[in-house]
Ligand binder design. Structure first.
Ligand code: C2E
Ligand code: CA
Ligand code: CA
Ligand code: CA
Length: 277
């Protein structure tokens, strides 16, 4: 940078150092949060597309102090990935979600909980062993745990990835392909990846009522996934019109603000209690 001379240096340097200052700050906040218990999970309901009742929940990470978000996941997850912190954060998330699901299982309100897994976390040596020991340690029925992985995660590991996915499924844990449609999304991958479900990305859901092509593609994805015996979950459902379209197209589950935003565990518990009352 120095050899670029004064002008180049002045033009590029401030912006670059600002970016790294911001991510440095997030990194510090994350390290502090891990040690001081400032990470928490919220749970977003997944509902049955036809009956509307809660059939599961996705655990979503929060970095809050006094109820206020310091940063949102789209800000801190990339930093956690870049710094490798995601490995310990991801382990914390997995254990915390399993503990919560186990509590619900004990209280007779067993619902499957989905946990997001980052590429680095998934490829880190010992992922399976860690998952296995968390399941043993918490005593959670493995069928009450689902891992959400993106295509990016599944694409980067080669043959080893498929073997790992199979092992996880043999342990009884469900697998779902997150953000479907945003990545390389060749439909033929679906045949190779041993997943139970796919989640149609919010970007499709947002546009189905505005754009006939998106609607057609979305319907085709759902039909194809169903013919391969995969569950299809739509995420980011915000309106009745979207919900009706997706139900007609054959989605089995839905998730979105229309049915409930991510909420603390106690609030989800209350919703579960109301629906069984
Ligand atoms: P995601 O896995 O696709 O999660 C769905 C995101 O959409 C969540 O954002 C959720 O709050 C938001 N959302 C749900 N319903 C609606 C809706 O109707 N409309 C709109 N506009 N948004 C909706 P959130 O919690 O901010 O998380 C963002 C992303 O951060 C997640 O996307 C996921 O990729 C990542 N993330 C969150 N928690 C974790 C975690 O524990 N581990 C890892 N590795 N990634 C996480
Ligand atoms: Ca997800
Ligand atoms: Ca998603
Ligand atoms: Ca996403």
């Amino acid at each position: 940078v120095k050899t670029q001379g004064r002008h180049g240096y002045c033009f590029y340097a401030p912006e670059m150092s600002q970016r790294s200052v911001a991510s440095q700050r997030i990194e510090n906040v994350l390290r502090h949060a891990l040690v001081h218990g400032e990470l928490s999970l919220q749970y977003q309901p997944k509902v049955d597309a036809r009956l509307g009742h809660i059939v599961g929940a996705e655990a979503l990470l929060r970095l809050q102090v006094d109820g206020q978000d310091l940063f949102v996941p789209d800000q801190f997850i990339p930093v956690a990935e870049d710094t490798g912190l995601i490995v310990s954060i991801g382990t914390w998330v997995l254990r915390e979600a399993c503990l919560q699901a186990r509590r619900w299982q004990r209280e007779g309100r067993a619902i499957p909980v989905s946990v997001n897994v980052s590429p680095l976390q998934f490829q880190y040596a010992g992922f399976y062993e860690r998952l296995d020991s968390i399941l043993n340690e918490t005593g959670l029925d493995p069928s009450l745990l689902e891992l959400e992985l993106t295509e990016r995660t599944m694409m980067t590991g080669g043959d080893g990835t498929i073997r790992l996915l199979r092992r996880i499924r043999q342990r009884g844990v469900r697998l779902s392909l997150d953000d479907f449609g945003t990545g390389y999304s060749s439909l033929s991958y679906l045949k190779h990846f041993p997943v139970d479900a796919l989640k149609i990305d919010r970007a499709f859901v947002r546009d189905i009522t505005q754009d006939a092509e998106t609607a057609a593609i979305t319907s085709a994805i759902i039909a194809m996934a169903r013919s391969l015996n995969k569950d299809v979950i739509a995420e980011g459902v915000e309106t009745e019109v979207q919900s009706a379209f997706l139900r007609e197209a054959g989605c089995s589950q839905m998730q979105g603000f229309l049915f409930g935003a991510p909420m603390p565990a106690e609030s989800l518990e209350q919703r579960l209690a109301e629906q069984t009352a």
